[in-house]
Design a protein around this ligand. Structure first.
Ligand code: NAP
Ligand code: NAG
Length: 339
């Protein structure tokens, strides 16, 4: 019978194809965007944060490149950067290296960058994206986001350009193929509604702070009803004592109840937090430039939390934001509560 060898040949082929696909798609499953594109439900953040003394941490030139390379090796397929982070060059260099090594192809990766606040003029958007693409050394990004609804000039005077006009520039960037998908960060519900009423092109993604202390239930329900996928920035919130303000609500990483849940699954507390966010249906983008943490953070797709455990995690939601941007509170477009 000739069917046996044929059958086993097909089986071998299927196994090889499955292995190759697993390699290509990475460790995280994908979500579908409202424009038909797909987005991996886990990404690497590349903002280096603020110094204790104030002001942004200055990149040295290699730490983010190394982190992105470890991440791709560990199965990340989604990298989050922004013009203002000053890390686009390193992200691009890491991608180039991993493609050169044959680990991934460009189309396997989902790369996001963001339009800074001083480029809100409608005609400034496409040139700003071209500048980012040059730094990334890429022909397109998978996602381009308006970083804030607030416009201001380099001298910090507010730029009163309506973000509705900025959005027209974003739509043009998409039409030119420079960005496959477009979306926004830090918009509140009212601003999203206004944006959607102004344009036939809906934002595919809303990226906002979302973590245990700020679970954004109303915004999540709204986005779900409109088919907007949410990305969770600062996914650890105030979990780590070195970042938590004195008034930050619990929990910290040493919390005994979280430790018990983590021990049960042979995971760590940060992994439990990230798993919870995935189960909420949002996309966490934890930043780390520490190899072990980069690898551990994405290792959360082999277990799920019970309803009781999720209820416990839900109880930490205190409407408390870790990232305070009060310096823009006087802007007409400030998206958060002012007190
Ligand atoms: N759209 C926006 O306005 C906006 C605003 C903020 C952030 N973001 C994006 O979201 C990303 C993530 O947010 P974030 O950087 O503010 O904060 P985060 O990812 O919640 O926290 C990052 C911090 O946690 C540490 N860390 C990471 N994994 C850890 C682990 N397993 N155990 C212990 N410590 C761990 C990192 O240290 P090491 O690096 O030293 O390992 C770093 O200090 C950013 O990088 C950026 O891409 C966007
Ligand atoms: C800031 O820059 C804008 C745009 O160039 C200009 O119109 C404005 O007058 C400047 N404001 C100050 C205080 O220098």
């Amino acid at each position: 019978m000739a069917t046996r060898p044929v059958l086993s040949a097909i089986l071998v082929l299927a196994t090889v194809v499955a292995a190759v696909c697993a390699e290509v798609t990475g460790k995280a499953p994908s979500l579908e965007l409202n424009d038909g594109k797909k987005i991996p439900q886990f990404g690497l953040g590349t903002w280096l944060g603020f110094q204790k003394a104030g002001g942004p941490v200055k990149p040295t030139g290699t730490e983010v490149k190394a982190a992105v390379e470890w991440a791709i090796d560990a199965g990340y397929r989604h990298i989050d950067t922004a013009y203002i982070y000053d890390t686009e060059g390193q992200v691009g260099a890491a991608i180039k290296e991993k493609i050169r090594q044959g680990v991934v192809k460009r189309e396997d990766l989902f790369v996001t960058t963001k339009l800074w606040n001083d480029k809100h003029a409608r005609d400034a958007v496409v040139p700003a994206l071209r500048e980012s693409l040059k730094k990334l050394d890429l022909e397109y990004v998978d996602l381009y986001l308006i970083h804030w609804p607030i416009g201001h000039y380099p001298n910090i005077t507010y730029d009163d350009t309506d973000y509705v006009d900025t959005w027209k520039g974003m739509v043009e960037a998409r039409e030119l193929g420079l960005a496959r998908s477009i979306g926004v960060c830090n918009f509140n519900q009212e601003q999203l509604e206004r944006l959607m009423a102004s344009s036939p092109v809906k934002p595919a993604v809303l990226q906002v702070e979302l973590n245990l202390n700020l679970q954004q239930p109303e915004l999540r329900a709204f986005c779900k009803s409109k088919g907007i996928v949410m990305m969770a920035y600062t996914p650890f919130g105030s979990l780590f004592p070195d970042k938590a303000a004195a008034d930050a609500p619990p929990p910290r990483v040493s919390d005994p109840e979280l430790k018990t849940i983590a021990d049960k699954y042979k995971k760590t507390v940060p992994q439990i937090v990230l798993r919870y966010l995935v189960e909420l249906g949002v996309i966490p983008i934890p930043k780390s430039i520490t190899k072990k943490r980069v690898e551990a953070n994405i290792d959360i797709f082999d277990f799920s939390l019970t309803p009781e455990e999720k209820a416990k995690l839900k109880s930490y939601d205190k409407h408390y934001g870790t990232i305070a941007v009060k310096f823009w509170a006087s802007s007409k477009d400030y998206p958060f509560e002012k007190n």
